[in-house]
Write a new protein. Sequence first.
Length: 170
Amino acid sequence: MVRPLGLPFDPIERAGQAWEQRFGPASAMRAATSVFRVQQILLARFDEALKPHRLTFARYEVLVLLTFSRTGELPLKVIGSRLMVHPTSVTNAIDRLVAAGYVERRPNPADGRGVLARITDPGRSVVEGATAALTSLDFGLGDVPEDERTVLFDILRKVRIGAGDVADPT
C-alpha cells in the first residue's frame, strides 16, 4: 500500500515552484505528476479493498468485463483490446483467475488458434463482493464530490482522445 506521507508541504507544488524558476510554466508538469501520484494512491486503495477477495484490480477488471458480456465469455484478444492492455498481461491475469477457480479457459471454436475465457459461478460471486468493496469507498474518490468527478472524467478524457485512445465523440 502507498503509505500516506503526511508532509507539511506539497512536494509537487514545491517542484512546480522550482520548475517555474528554472524552466518556465509548470502547470502541465504539476498536473501530470499529480495524475501519477493519484494513480498510486488509487491502486493502493483498490489493492486493499480487493485483497480479501484474492484479486488485483487488473484481475477484477477482467472479471467485470466477462460479467458484462452477453455469454459470460470472451476471446482473450477482445479482453486485451477492451481493457487496453498487452496480450501478455491478459494471459497472466487469466492464468491467475483460472488458478483461483474464477475463470475457465477453452479453445475458441470460431478461431482455431484463439482462446475463450469464461467466468465461473465462483467468479461471479467474487465480482459481487469485490464490487461492493470498491463502491463502498467510491473507487477511492470519496474525497471528490460527485459533480467534480464528472468534470475530472471529462478533463482526463480529453487527454485520452488526444492520444487516440478513443474516438472524439464530436
